[in-house]
Design a binder for this molecule. Sequence first.
Ligand code: ADE
Length: 239
Amino acid sequence: MSEPIVPDAAPWRATVLTLYPEMFPGPLGHSLSGDALARGTWSLEPRQIREHGLGRHRNVDDTPAGGGAGMVLRCDVLGAAIDAATPADDARPRLLMSPRGKPLSQARVRALAEGPGAIIVCGRFEGVDERVIEARNLEEVSIGDYVLSGGEIAALVLIDACVRLLPGVMGKHASGVEESFEGGLLEYPHYTRPREWEGRTIPDVLMGGNHAAIARWRADRSRALTRARRPDLLQRDES
Ligand code: ADE
């Protein structure tokens, strides 16, 4: 049997600038994203920032102006690494993973997935010299209100969230429209066999075959869960 014809759309391209390129593809080489990477639905180019480091030791960082703890990624080094990775006509957004960034949302993920890909800079040390953020128009993105030891794991999270939305990646799995956040609400609870387990049963309405009643129950559970756990989402939904 012939394979279904997929229009040869250009693959979604992720370029990752990092001091730890060996961390990629890591978990993205497995499961749905790994299969899609092997099929060429998306491509991944990890690039070593240190190749643009200075001197015999290829230094990439220095002490913070004004004093204080930690080291700061140099603007000249990161600027050169970005320029080498991106031709002038590269339309992809340039992201800097940082706890200081705007929180990543499903809406931003969807917009990124619909575009040509992303150039993702992974921060390390105490931070990145502010001048390169301004001069290379880096959009700072956070994956949550906690601090990781670097941007690599955050970049993996962002790429995973985008790649699963690319055409054909989720295959016969859900289209993504009924899952948490897509409707502005958390997802309703799921059940499968056995019908009874450790004295716990599946809610009767799900076994009754009344699709309108099932849809009402699910909408109701979504709303109740969201009210209990994420009232901030409901406020957004109701405004
Ligand atoms: N780097 C360190 N912490 C981070 C976070 N919460 N989000 C994105 N990048 C980070």
